[in-house]
Design a protein. Sequence first.
Length: 309
Amino acid sequence: MGIKTGRLSAGVAVVLTLSLLCLAPGVLAQAPELAAVPGEKRPEDVAAIRAHLDKIFQGFIHQDGAALRAGHSTDWRGFLEGSRHIGKGIDNYMQAVSWALKSPVHMNSYKILEFDVMFYGDVAIVLYTCEVEGGGAGQTFKRKLRILDVFAKLNGDWIQVATDTSEHPDQTEENLTKLQELPPDFRKSLLDAREAVWRNWFANNAGPLAEAIPAETIAIEPGSDSFKKHDEILAGAKGFAESGAKLVRLEFPETEIQVFGRTAILYSKFILVTELNGKQQEQSGRATETFVFRDDKWVNPGWHLDSGK
């Protein structure tokens, strides 16, 4: 079952302790060693836990895998930032943080903003918020985290046996409202998705077009007094194809992009040439398009086109 302490493994001890906390007050009265004790009444243990946490942070700062492994129990459990599944065991933890040990952009300092501990015998519930800063390869970052750790005293030493690490709400709000720069691969995927929407409309590729423009799509197009919705947009593509017209040329000579969270706004100039019955017609104008990164792909829930005049 992992590291042993007396007769119980760390995982069993934590589960048993938390289970006992749910029992009636009368039971707790019979087991006073498991009653809640605030951190200020056990300052030496708090200091030991703070020192242990510092070793873990230093492991990230110095990209020291051995320090990170030593800081967690063999049967560690938890959620790391961005986790979609429960982390189980030290090997799973080390795999999850492996990127932080190899990336040229990594943590170089941290600051604890709030800190609180509640003890239940040899188990400690540790809650804190912190700011971490780092950089490398010409980049810098500063992030705020909210963390709940579970520590257990095993063989006389405190060690982390579980954690829940998440982005602080302040950080989430900043990420959603602050102008961001797209990495090159995401920028390319966005521009490719934009061009695919245009070409699929002119080609009446109904399947890919329907996937790219969600049900809530609203569009404003030149020469129209009404807002176009999803079904009308698909009907327009079908009508264009049935007319016998085809797209001959499509260009976006200039594009500016703003990104907020998972939403991107594209401001573009466009030139397109269509052909019908052997005659070509050129149109140019401006486009303001909204894209949202959803389910690992860009979708296009709105746009506004004009003639540019």
